[in-house]
Design a protein around this ligand. Structure first.
Ligand code: GAP
Length: 436
């Protein structure tokens, strides 16, 4: 008997059906660990990144933006420790079916979970994708496995060009690549993903105090995404499990449906490991100089956010099945600042030119101001509401005959996604109403 779909199955199906996320290289059967964002997924992703930049860069005085190249000199990865064992996962191969597994994810490290064959010796598998730069094929490079190193190698450039006062941060959003042994759980563990990272440069003696300040800032971001605090848990990573560069790390975990708590984002105290290593390897002085001439290598706090994991958590949190007007409906209770569309505009009937003309006028006016406004005249009004609910559009604006004449002239109905209630609002007040 076929199993009933889980909530996660339903979310993944909705994401595909409504143009949020598609399997990468879909028409060729896909490529494991890759996903493509469709029209609504791009919109949600861009909203997440814009809100992050607003909160952590534009909203502060101590933050500087950066967009470094994905390909970097291979020496970067030698100095950072990524070419060594620190950035490897334990791999085992089945001697019979040749399938490979991440050893630390197996219950039984001796027996193949697929064919019950004998598993071979465990070895370390480096997660970086290697490539060659140029036509000679003798210059090795890697697709960056974290955006962070682009920040460390530009530390001196930013200090020299911007003269920041310590403590200060450098922020970057961009793609990262890891040849994960076992990509899994939709966008949770993919081979290509986006990170939003901050390296916050501090004096060593301030690390514990500023760690607490950043911890609170991360909670504010979680609130801003609309994730309920009860669905988030902090996990203090034990010393024997810390990344090779970290002295303390807290993973903020989200309670993914059907899976339970697992990492959403990481927050690490990276000490002066990276700047010190790059200074030794490059010979460049990666120091901060105080006005009185004191020199030191700053220490670093690193809040590191995965865009795909934020995207998944937001969809999970927003996914609701309820009953409205005697029917079950599925809708996304997305916060207005994250929803792909802020509002949809419709004429009550699409075969009445006077309604269509007025609705187009309102649509153009709002589109000029907000950008992310949908035009929807497909099917009847009930179907439009259901469709917009399913993609999380907070408001549906309808132009009806009352818009055109009588006491209600120049008013429209605005239907609220969550409650289904309809309110008559003056066209002149629409923009303020949507800004809420
Ligand atoms: N610079 C530090 C760093 O990269 P990390 O814990 O390895 O630390 C940070 O990664 C964040 O990047 C994770 O919390 C997660 O949100 C995201 N991330 C890491 N690997 C990922 C993967 N394979 N697929 C999707 N997101 C990933």
């Amino acid at each position: 008997m076929a199993q009933a779909p889980t909530t996660m199955d339903k979310i993944v199906a909705l994401a595909k059906r409504r143009g949020f996320v598609f399997q990468g290289s879909d028409i060729y059967g896909g490529l494991a660990g890759t996903y493509d964002y469709g029209p609504l997924g791009v919109a949600l992703n861009n909203n997440i990144k814009r809100e992050w930049w607003k909160m952590f860069v534009d909203g502060r005085e101590d933050m500087y933006g950066l967009d470094a190249a994905i390909l970097m000199n291979e020496k970067v990865w030698e100095a950072s420790g990524h070419t060594g064992a620190g950035f490897s996962d334990p791999l085992v191969e089945c001697e019979k079916c040749k399938r490979r597994f991440r050893a630390d994810h197996l219950q039984d490290r001796e027996v193949c979970p697929d064919c019950k064959g004998k598993l071979g010796e465990e070895r370390q598998f480096n997660l970086m994708f290697e490539t060659q730069v140029g036509a000679q094929g003798n210059v090795r490079s890697y697709l960056r496995p974290e955006t962070a190193q682009g920040i460390f190698v530009n530390f001196k450039n930013v200090v020299d060009s911007m003269s920041p006062k310590i403590p200060f941060g450098i922020a970057q959003i961009g793609k990262a690549f890891r040849n994960e042994i076992a990509p899994r759980d939709f966008l949770f563990r993919t081979r290509e993903f986006e990170q939003m990272e901050i390296e916050y440069f501090i004096k060593e003696e301030d690390w514990e105090r500023l760690f607490e300040v950043w911890r609170e800032d991360i909670w504010k971001w979680i609130d801003h995404l609309g994730l309920k605090r009860e669905n988030i848990k902090e996990f203090d990573v034990p010393a024997n499990d810390l990344a090779h560069y970290s002295k303390r790390t807290i993973d903020f975990e989200y309670n993914y449906p059907g899976k339970g708590f697992d990492e959403l984002l990481g927050f690490a105290y990276r000490t002066d490991h990276d700047l010190k290593s790059h200074m030794a390897a490059s010979g460049e002085k990666l120091e901060y100089i105080e006005p009185d001439g004191t020199r030191f290598i700053p220490h670093v706090l690193e809040p590191s956010f995965g865009v795909g994991r934020a995207f998944t958590a937001i969809l999970c949190e927003a996914y609701v099945e309820d009953e409205m007007g005697g029917e079950t409906r599925t809708y996304l209770r997305l916060p207005a600042h994250l929803a792909p569309y802020r509002a949809a505009v419709s004429p009550l009937l699409k075969n009445k030119p006077e309604l269509v003309a007025k609705a187009r006028e309102i649509f153009s006016m709002l589109k000029k101001e907000f950008g992310n406004i949908a035009w929807d005249d497909n099917g009847n009004i009930g179907k439009r509401y259901r469709r917009q609910d399913e993609i999380g559009t907070p408001a549906c604006i309808t132009v009806d005959f009352e818009t055109l004449e009588g006491e209600t002239v120049d008013t429209v109905t605005v239907r609220d996604r969550d409650t289904g209630t309809q309110t008559r609002i003056k066209i002149a007040d629409l923009s303020a109403h949507l800004r809420g």
